[in-house]
Each structure stands twice: as structure tokens, then as C-alpha cells.
Design a protein around this ligand. Structure first.
Ligand code: PEP
Ligand code: MN
Length: 256
């Protein structure tokens, strides 16, 4: 995976927050592929604040991700929350996401380290950069060098948006480690109209990629619809973000 998104190569990871069904996923996968995304995202196991919220389609979601991957040729990243699911997730995923809430789940980190599968590690909601790097070390220590770090917003006193996007994490992490650093503006903003400006800022600041939520019908999304870009807007969004990355001196990769 770190051949698609590297310190030199900028890439877009795009897709729905959660896999909801076949049409939703395949339509999104084709759309983001055609607009030049490098990787398809989609959650089959979802970490939800409330245990009564939709928790993801689980193995059925993985099966749909496999289908989307076969049809589009896009590599897939999906979250794993429990080491007991890892075997099934790794059969489909080209990269596993360790979500913010699991950033300090050290047994899970060691396990994905031993498995040798590429890892997308998201910063915890209240984690320092040193703590994020230490978590990455758990994976690296097992001999797995394929780790991408992701800034996704942290909790501060500010309540006007979902989380505070910490853009200084980009140059700071690039100094602290040699791992690629990407940004997820969707979960920080919580609102789709704030996703483009934060993506441009992140790309201009030297991010190695952007992870962004996209949905064919955001207003009907089961999860995170308010922050999801409409699929019809994605091609224009992707063009503009790639131009910002180029301005920052990046090579821009696109599978399409
Ligand atoms: C996600 O990427 O869908 C997600 C739940 O992210 P985070 O762990 O950053 O909240
Ligand atoms: Mn989400």
C-alpha cells in the first residue's frame, strides 16, 4: 500500500463511511475510481458511539468490498476493531484501518504488525503526536513497515465543529517519523462544505494523501451523511485537491 501513498506520491482514499449495500458501494467505487482515487474505503465493522446505532454489515460488508475491489481494481481499506475478525478482514483488505478509538489497543496493533498487512493508523481523539508514533511503533516492532499515519481531528474546547483538525500534525509528524502522513478532513469537519477547504489546506501543507467520505446519496446515508461528499461532486473535488498537492511538490498518483 505504501507504493500507492508514499512520502513522494500523493493519493486519495475515498468511499462511504460504512458499507450499506451492493448498489451503494459499487456505485461509489466506480465513481471514485473514475475520478482517480487510489484506494476505496468503506467500513464493515463500525465503532459507533452508541451501541444502539448501526454497527456495520460485518462479513456481508467484507463480501461486498471484495466485489467492489474485483470490479474496479481499486485496493480496499477497511477498519478492524477486534483481532478475532482480523483473519476475515485480511482476506479482503489491502490495508486495515485502526480507528481513533483503537489507537492505543496495543494487542491489536501487535497483531496487525505480526500479520504483515499494511496499516492505516488514525490518531486518537485525545492523543499526542508522540503517543501516535508510539502506537505505530507497536506495528513496526513486529517487522511491519507498511504503516500510514492519519490526522483526523482531535478534541479541544472548541465545539463549533466535530473535532479540531490539527494541520500542524503534518509537518510535525513528517519530522518525527519517515512514515506517510495523511489527513481525514471528513470526521473533523462533520460538515461536507468544510471538507474541501480543509482538504486543500492539508494537501498544501504537505499531506501525503487525503481520506474522504463519499456517498451517492449523502442525505440518506446510515452513517456520517452530513460530512460525506456527494459522489457527483467528487471529480471536481479530487481535481482541486490534486492541484494543491502538486503545488506542495507532490507526485500525484491516480489508478485511472
Ligand atoms: C472512520 O474512518 O469511519 C472512522 C470511524 O474514523 P475515526 O476512527 O477517525 O473516528
Ligand atoms: Mn465515518
Amino acid at each position: 500500500m505504501t507504493t500507492v501513498i508514499t512520502r513522494d506520491n500523493f493519493g486519495l482514499i475515498a468511499g462511504p463511511c460504512t458499507v450499506e449495500g451492493r448498489e451503494q458501494l459499487l456505485e461509489t467505487a466506480r465513481g471514485v475510481r473514475d475520478a482517480g482515487a487510489s484506494v476505496l474505503r468503506g467500513g464493515a465493522y463500525k465503532p459507533r458511539t452508541s451501541p444502539y446505532s448501526f454497527q456495520g454489515l460485518g462479513v456481508e460488508g467484507l463480501r461486498l468490498l471484495q466485489e467492489a475491489k474485483e470490479e474496479t481494481g481499486l485496493p480496499v481499506v477497511t477498519e478492524v476493531m477486534d483481532a478475532r475478525d482480523l483473519e476475515y478482514v485480511a482476506e479482503v483488505a489491502d490495508m486495515v484501518q485502526i480507528g481513533s478509538r483503537n489507537m492505543q489497543n496495543y494487542t491489536l496493533l501487535s497483531e496487525v504488525g505480526r500479520m504483515g498487512i499494511p496499516v492505516l493508523l488514525k490518531r486518537g481523539l485525545a492523543a499526542t503526536l508522540d503517543e501516535l508514533v508510539s502506537s505505530a511503533e507497536y506495528v513496526l516492532k513486529e517487522g511491519n513497515r507498511d504503516v500510514i499515519l492519519c490526522e483526523r481531528g482531535i478534541r479541544t474546547f472548541e465545539t463549533s465543529y466535530r473535532f479540531t483538525l490539527d494541520l500542524l500534525a503534518i509537518p510535525a509528524l513528517r519530522e518525527l517519523t519517515d512514515l506517510p502522513v495523511i489527513v481525514d478532513p471528513s470526521h473533523a469537519a462533520g460538515r461536507r462544505d468544510w471538507v474541501l477547504p480543509m482538504s486543500l489546506a492539508a494537501a498544501a501543507a504537505g499531506a501525503d494523501g487525503i481520506l474522504v467520505e463519499v456517498h451517492p446519496e449523502p442525505d440518506r446515508a446510515i452513517c456520517d451523511g452530513a460530512q460525506s461528499l456527494a459522489l457527483t461532486d467528487f471529480a471536481d473535488y479530487a481535481d482541486r485537491v490534486r492541484r494543491a498537492a502538486e503545488m506542495a511538490g507532490k507526485e500525484v498518483s491516480a489508478t485511472a
